[in-house]
Design a protein around this ligand. Structure first.
Ligand code: HEM
Length: 179
């Protein structure tokens, strides 16, 4: 998993729970990398799991809630670092539909070792989009946060319903309504 995901997680932890908690995460866990993350590095996904489990215990916050908050947080960074992807789409649904065929394709060109999910989209009606998420990493709630922030970015009111297709959350269905 790319370094930007780790540096942003640690930044969110510092801002939300304080510097001490961020420090403890690194000190109290046997992290393969030692915990000194750089945005240009690449780290094992297992390390993200360790950090989220530990943070969940410390803050008594369920892991899906942490992932969801992290999705919303990282959207702001994507917006700052990759404005071209947001400018390329005229609406929230156009943007969400462009992830699979454009955005993550470009991401993979930049970072050939990126671990990305697969999305399938289906426009049910002008204001309803169905989106399927597939990934071994089971980060559906993270995707939900990103989707909600995407709606907000384009000025849409709306809601996002998430349901697991398989027990583990490797396959997730989103129904996205915009007003
Ligand atoms: C400017 C827009 C975006 C950029 C630049 C971007 C880029 C990235 C990058 C760099 C990663 C990490 C890959 C790795 O660590 O190996 C990632 C992962 C991910 N992205 Fe995107 N992304 C964007 C928008 C979105 C949106 C809107 C969604 C929500 C539907 C999304 C869903 C995900 C998910 C769920 C992952 C985690 C990996 C997984 O679940 O397998 N991305 N993306």
């Amino acid at each position: 998993m790319k370094g930007i995901v780790f540096t942003e997680l640690m930044e969110m932890v510092e801002q939300t729970f304080g510097y001490e908690v961020a420090d403890e995460l690194v000190e109290e866990n046997q992290l393969p990398s030692g915990g000194a993350y750089t945005s240009v590095g690449t780290y094992q996904f297992e390390e993200m799991v360790i950090l989220l489990q530990s943070l969940s215990q410390k803050t008594e916050t369920p892991i899906p809630d942490l992932m969801h908050a992290f999705g919303k947080y990282i959207f702001q960074t994507f917006k700052k670092n990759y404005p071209v992807f947001l400018n390329a789409a005229d609406s929230s649904f156009d943007f969400l539909e462009s992830i699979e065929k454009y955005i993550h394709v470009e991401v993979r060109k930049l970072y050939p070792d990126a671990e990305l999910p697969t999305f399938k989209t289906n426009r049910i009606s002008p204001n309803q989009l169905e989106m399927y998420y597939f990934s071994e990493r089971k980060m559906g709630p993270f995707a939900k946060g990103l989707i909600e922030s995407s709606l907000e970015h384009y000025g849409d009111q709306g809601d996002v319903q998430m349901s697991k297709i398989d027990e583990q959350g490797k396959e997730v269905k989103f129904i996205i309504n915009r007003a």
